[in-house]
Design a protein around this ligand. Structure first.
Ligand code: NAD
Length: 358
């Protein structure tokens, strides 16, 4: 990998996020010395890209077991996790072995969860292959699977031993997935790195080009920002909340749409809603609200919605990130100045919804 960037995520167990083009050589360094076995977890969509990683791991003397898991969210089930635990057991995986997850956020969440739970925690190296996975899911140590009652309800905080973002893998990613990941990039811009916004605004087409020079910078800046936030707050007790900008309504949209909307699409609507909310209480000027709409639509993300308000409100109230019965929103007091809005009244919430209604 030439010209790779390394971003250190500090904390109790520091690790590196390596970002560059051409994955092969770096994986061995991230797995570390003294590891004998690797479980390589991936969905069928990565069949063509995984052999290079497998070859490098074998070349370094590791015994590699490949596990192909269902595509996307279908992998985040207790049944799939149990199948992987059986595989780890039958292959004699010990505390010094590693689980390598190659895929989107769904795959890395699953791989991380299996690693967190096997023998009370073995190392995991994550190789995110979606934009959302690179800038969000694989960094920060949150792992989870779903239950019939909801998404991400069973999980653990388990920081990876390393994260490898090979930008070349994004070339095979469907455009809609790339666009979805861009919502988290734009979120980063509004919450913590205005330069990200400027880069996207200057040339939205270049921002979405996996072969170009803009996307690598956006990934690096987004990872750097998230790394800085999670370093101080692994368990989401304080600062990490800013990462939730746009997610309060976003999660509710996902739920009302029965998870048929992509995460980033729902977050995009949620970002506009949070901006309108801040403007409604006099904390944000209308031009910044308009900036949200403009930059999100420039990359092809939705900025309006028409789902039933009572259902959205009910979903927001039971979101696991609501504390007690008080609704909390991350809002901006300006670009790069996140704050919190607690317990806005229902009339204000409903009136603000009208402003984003299609
Ligand atoms: N742990 C966290 O902090 C965190 C944060 C955000 C999201 N998440 C989780 O991430 C998941 C969403 O992640 P996602 O948006 O990456 O979706 P995903 O993992 O479902 O991947 C999207 C689709 O792209 C395919 N794909 C992946 N990489 C590809 C590539 N390089 N080429 C072609 N196809 C490819 C996948 O097989 C899948 O069909 C959700 O489960 C969400 O809960 C976790």
């Amino acid at each position: 990998m030439t010209g790779a960037t390394r971003i250190r995520v500090t904390g109790e167990r520091p690790y590196d996020v390596v970002i560059g083009r051409g994955a092969t050589a770096e994986i061995v360094g991230l797995v570390g010395h003294g590891t004998q076995r690797a479980l390589l977890v991936h969905p069928p969509a990565l069949d063509d890209q995984v052999p290079a990683i497998e070859r490098d791991l074998r070349g370094a003397g590791l015994e590699v077991t490949r596990a192909v898991v269902p595509d996307g969210e279908a992998a985040k089930t207790s049944e799939v996790a149990a199948a992987l635990w059986s595989l780890l057991g039958s292959r004699g995986f010990t505390r010094t072995d590693v689980v390598v997850g190659v895929g989107g956020g769904a795959t890395t969440d699953l791989a991380g969860f299996v690693a967190a739970t096997w023998l009370r925690g073995v190392a995991t190296v994550l190789v995110p292959t979606t934009l959302l996975g690179m800038v969000d899911a694989a960094v920060g140590g949150k792992t989870a699977i779903d239950t019939a009652e909801g998404k991400n309800l069973v999980g653990a905080f388990h920081p990876p031993a390393g994260v490898l973002c090979d930008l070349d893998t994004l070339r095979t990613l469907p455009e809609a997935e790339l666009v979805s990941g861009m919502a988290e990039v734009v979120k980063t811009g509004f919450v913590g790195d205005p330069q990200v916004l400027e880069l996207v605004e200057a040339d939205p087409v270049a921002a979405l080009d996996p072969a170009g020079e803009v996307l690598p910078e956006l990934v690096e800046r987004s990872v750097r920002f998230k790394a800085g936030v999670v370093a101080g707050d692994l368990r989401e007790s304080g600062d990490r909340e800013v990462l939730n900008y746009g997610h309060t309504l976003g999660h509710a949209v996902e739920k009302v749409e029965q998870y048929q909307w992509r995460h980033g699409e729902a977050v995009s609507v949620g970002l506009v809603y949070a901006a309108e909310l801040a403007a409604a209480v006099g904390r944000l000027t209308p031009d910044v609200v308009q900036r949200h709409r403009a930059v999100l639509s420039a990359v092809g993300l939705p900025t309006t919605y028409d789902g039933p308000w009572p259902d959205l409100l009910a979903a927001m109230r039971i979101d696991k990130k609501a504390r007690g019965s008080v609704l909390r929103f991350v809002v901006l007091d300006g670009v790069g100045r996140p704050g919190r809005l607690e317990g806005p009244d229902d009339d204000l919430l409903a009136a603000t919804y009208e402003r984003i209604r299609r």
